[in-house]
Design a protein around this ligand. Sequence first.
Ligand code: HBI
Length: 356
Amino acid sequence: MPTPRRHYLFMSTPVGPLGSGLGGGVELTLLNLSQGLRQRGHQVTVVAPEQSTLGDGPIVTIPGRWQPTAHTQGRATPATLPADAVLAHMWTYARQHQAAFDLIVNLAYDWLPFYLTPFFHTPVAHFVTMGSLSEVMDAAIHQVADQYPNRLGAYTQAQAATFGDQHAFQILGSAIDLSLYDFCDTPGTALAWMGRISPEKGLEDALAATAQTQTPLKILGKLEDPDYWQRLCQQFPQAPDSYLGFLPTAALQQVVGQCRALLMTPRWVEAFGNVAIEALACGVPVIAYNRGGPAEIIRPGETGWLVEPDDVSGLVQAIQRIDQLDRRACRRQAEQQYSLDALAIRFEAWFEAILH
Ligand code: HBI
């Protein structure tokens, strides 16, 4: 029996307008998911702070004060709500219009939407976009898990496990628009490293490994922590000439496609690691610490290598075994698992499980 055509209401992150970059990975998830679900015949309406832009689909923009970001707060930080909060106004809109939708999908990492779940007639599902950060959010998430067992989604098992009860989560992964990435079968000699230049991303290990193997390293990403970068430049004199800045997708995929492999050296549990599937889409294998999201993406010995976390000598050994990996298998894995349609199919199955 074909899946019925649904009308979903997506509630965006309240930390800033879509298209501003303030919403981080959620912006990409919302754009890709709405595009993929519409291509499968569903209707998607997105509710987001005013000045939001999201491709060409219908979007309801709501005024009000942005929410302070959760990922810089501590575990004991209480739930907060500014006066005239855009988050509160967004959920007032949802309450008033809920009858027009089959399902409401929350992407905000905030207390209010989780607390409101039992107050709605239309079912509310929550796609959780980060790991465990605070007691108050953990309690709100566990409350929903207890009352509505199948209403929580996450990117990866590792991210879900940070909440202690990973079985309460549907694991959905992520996706990219593969039409923006070209397969490259003729790499040069360089390796790539992509991500925000900030301590939790562990760039120093990639610099140490490529210094040992005398391999050029191309560094791409936003220079988020200048003091940290200064320290790296002193420790690794070749670093400044490896840095290519933050590139838009077209230029990024051009540079990465020419590389023999991508190095991922996270110090923390990456909820997913979108740069891994961007590399695979270009045919570039991924060498990553066996930690967090990348460990659930890479197929060891086929599309990459997993290395003992924080072990630079393990990175060096993996770099010496890149040629055992198959660049076409990398592109194939991106097409099978990380296309817009593959993502939409995973979310559609989760939504149908909730609606039955
Ligand atoms: N902080 N309070 C709050 N709410 C969010 O929805 C939120 C956030 N910080 C970061 C963020 N969302 C996204 O950038 C990540 O979930 C990817």
